[in-house]
Design a protein around this ligand. Structure first.
Ligand SMILES: [Mg+2]
Length: 212
């Protein structure tokens, strides 16, 4: 990873641009049971991350998750998050999108690029988690990447509040915390944004206030 990126903003992909958990939950319901008897959409919205679903923290479920998240085919057909595409295009005119930083493995680079291109997301560097780093340390890895790339990368739009736990108090970038209405940190810049429209507005304000 080189520090040669032009200055701009990074984007997370899963649950920020793509409704990955929606499709993953369907696979889990088929293979690991559905004790609450909810629809895939209801489960996905209730828990947001499979880590939060207690009845799927077993070996059978983990095997299903591992199989799908390392499969190129799985990533090619993911549904979009509402308004992500439109608002990213708008944000890209305010500040360029310079990187996608994802805990997806390097094995699925091809399908990830295919999907981003299919939906006309801006061209930018794709940074995936090295396979030497376990999935359980994904947020820690991503926080390290953000700290390393600042100030070329001034922040990220990401849906995972655990990411903010791993950023140091000295981090000067901004996390636009998509799909959340509160931030766990107040010593660094974390801006909760419930909708993609809120992200676009928060980015616009950050540029006006020249915070980077
Ligand atoms: Mg995510």
């Amino acid at each position: 990873m080189e520090k040669t990126l032009k200055k701009g903003l990074a984007l997370d992909i899963d649950e920020t641009l793509s409704f990955t958990i929606g499709l993953l939950v369907e696979k889990l319901m088929e293979g690991a049971g559905n004790p609450e008897n909810l629809t895939a959409y209801e489960i996905a919205r209730k828990y947001k991350h499979t880590d939060n679903i207690s009845y799927w923290q077993n070996e059978a479920a983990k095997k299903i998750i591992t199989t799908f998240i390392s499969s190129d085919e799985f990533y090619k057909d993911l549904p979009l998050i509402e308004n992500a595409k439109e608002m990213v295009a708008k944000i890209n005119k305010i500040i360029p999108i310079v990187a996608y930083i994802t805990v997806r493995s390097e094995k699925v680079i091809e399908s990830t690029k295919f999907w981003l291109k299919k939906h006309n997301f801006p061209e930018a560097e794709l940074i995936t988690k090295p396979s030497s780093i376990p999935v359980s340390e994904g947020n820690k890895w991503k926080a390290g990447v953000l700290e390393y790339l600042y100030p070329q990368v001034v922040g990220i739009v990401d849906d995972n509040p655990n990411l903010t736990n791993f950023l140091s108090k000295d981090y000067k970038g901004t996390v636009f915390l998509y799909d959340h209405n509160e931030a766990k940190r107040n010593d660094i810049k974390v801006i909760p944004c419930e909708k993609w429209e809120d992200v676009a507005e928060a980015v616009r304000k950050s540029m006006i206030n020249n915070i980077w």
